[in-house]
Design a protein around this ligand. Structure first.
Ligand code: GDP
Length: 193
């Protein structure tokens, strides 16, 4: 089991003037609602700081955390909850794209997906934004416990092939805390460097 990190909630923010002062290198986590973003953050940090299954869409702000006094981590609001509500979708897009554009200390973004889902328009849009803003990024295929080992490996391999060698693809179970540690080196050492 992974050792718990020291994690402190700093603040929520929507617009750049409210972001914490950019003292430290920063990583961000984003994903479709219900993909297991909160579960992943909790498994990764060994804490219970991210709320699991809060009402979808309830947390619509960027949430800034301090990890080990060394880096900042941003929990971005999930997407996909507001299909059909154009204003909410547009406000989510504006918040995320502004953040990607303005946050110079942002070192990399982790995209959390449910391993059983297909790559969708939203993931494609995020991919375009990451590339446009020249951000490093990686994919976490979560809920790997829902698939057989061979199906899991196949899914991981095919997405890895699709995205190419510069975008690491991890298969994890946040629930069983499996595979989570694999992302540690990338997020805590390589990206913040
Ligand atoms: P979020 O909306 O992306 O933050 O997702 P949550 O972390 O709230 O998780 C959504 C649901 O998926 C909850 O019922 C979790 O218990 C469940 N879940 C999260 N991670 C896993 C996992 O690795 N395996 C399984 N089987 N369920 C998971």
């Amino acid at each position: 089991m992974m050792r718990a990190m020291k994690i402190l909630f700093m603040k929520s923010a929507k617009v750049p003037k409210d972001y914490p002062f950019p003292y430290k290198p920063e990583i961000a986590v984003v994903g479709r609602s219900n993909a297991g973003k909160s579960s992943f953050i909790n498994a990764f940090t060994g804490s219970k700081i991210a709320k699991v299954s809060a009402t979808p869409g309830k947390t619509r702000l960027l949430q800034f955390f301090d990890l080990n006094d060394k880096i900042y981590m941003v929990d971005m609001p999930g997407y996909g909850f507001a299909k059909g509500n154009r204003d909410e979708v547009e406000s989510w897009k504006l918040m995320i794209e502004t953040y990607l554009e303005e946050r110079e200390t942002l070192k990399g973004v982790l995209l959390i997906m449910d391993i059983r889902r297909e790559w969708s328009d939203e993931e494609e849009m995020l991919k375009q934004w990451f590339e446009h803003h020249d951000k490093k990024w990686a994919v976490v295929l979560n809920k790997a416990d829902k698939l057989s080992r061979s199906a899991m490996l196949q899914k991981q391999k095919s997405l890895q092939k699709e995205l190419g060698p510069n975008v690491p693809v991890f298969a994890v179970s946040s629930m069983k805390k499996q595979g989570v540690e694999e992302a540690k080196n990338l997020l805590l050492i390589e990206w913040p460097r």
